[in-house]
Design a protein around this ligand. Sequence first.
Ligand code: SAM
Length: 337
Amino acid sequence: MYKEELAFIVKSIIASETIHEHVKWAEQLSVFYKKTATNKNPENNETLIKGGFALSSSGAADCVDDYLRTIFFIKGIYKALTKLSLDFPERSINILYAGCGPYATLILPLLPLLNKDRIKAVLIDINAESIQSVHNLLSIIGLEEYDLQLIEANAITYTKPTDFVIDLAITETMHYALTREPQVAITKNIVRQLTSDAILIPEEIRIDLVYTFFAYEPYLKNTLEVKGRNEMQPYTDHVFVDRLFTINKEHFDRKESSSKFESCFYKLPDNFSNHPDVCIFTEIKIFEDMELKTAESYITNPFCVVSMYGLSAYSEIQLVYDYSEIPQWSYNLKERA
Ligand SMILES: C[S@@+](CC[C@H](N)C(=O)[O-])C[C@H]1O[C@@H](n2cnc3c(N)ncnc32)[C@H](O)[C@@H]1O
């Protein structure tokens, strides 16, 4: 019975086209999980690892309520799986899902739409409680016949079995501006293990430097305020400075061991009263045309690094992103001549 209910919800998610429909079906999915999850009071203990904080089981469960994130990822992953099934009609599709959380939100709802003989998936989480929760959900919903391996492991150091060639790798372990959580360290480890044909989701995370008035930019504060990109315009004096980097399959030099990005130096404007904040903007291309724009989700909210009001003695700024421990932004300055 639960399996049919989930199939109905996920078909509605795939078919949904308007913000109203996206929100409605994300809410239904959230209600479904709350009803079927066996542990109603998951623990609230984050894990600190080299590379970032892994959310607690309860924090990871709450991600389902980042409505447009959840809907667009599920739609994007469905699209990628459809493409892979057409590209490789003779064999099963191998999926690696790193950081599945207690609900495996980005793959479990799609299972009723997939032929159980056509997919094999490895699901990893560092949190034992989350792995146990996915086990329980699969049996309660009636999805045990799918070939899923659930593994408690650190996705930053995990090595896949040699006979498991990954077709689709999924990881959403991120906070806005790639701060706090270990998305980059996990992606770096996964990308090393992908063939050139494999699909990585998200396909791209674009990180931009912008001078703006942070308080006037769109910002998602709670789910009641969810808006689509057409309803949100950037602040009128928003100045795009540069794309700092894009995280994708090509980003990581396979030999490189550095966990740091340093930008060039950018000129600080003399007159900045209309755009006094140095900010990082995040956009995510999940797969093909499925994208999350600024403030459509918590993970694409803008982030303010520093206000120019404190930098009047300086003429240029360099942005530094370091994910060797807890991922964070800092900056270096050049003094005025
Ligand atoms: C932002 S939550 C997302 C949960 C779920 N994938 C979703 O999209 O709703 C990130 C999940 O990744 C897990 N995680 C974070 N760092 C990890 C790591 N290094 N290894 C394995 N799992 C990790 C956390 O425990 C958490 O369950």
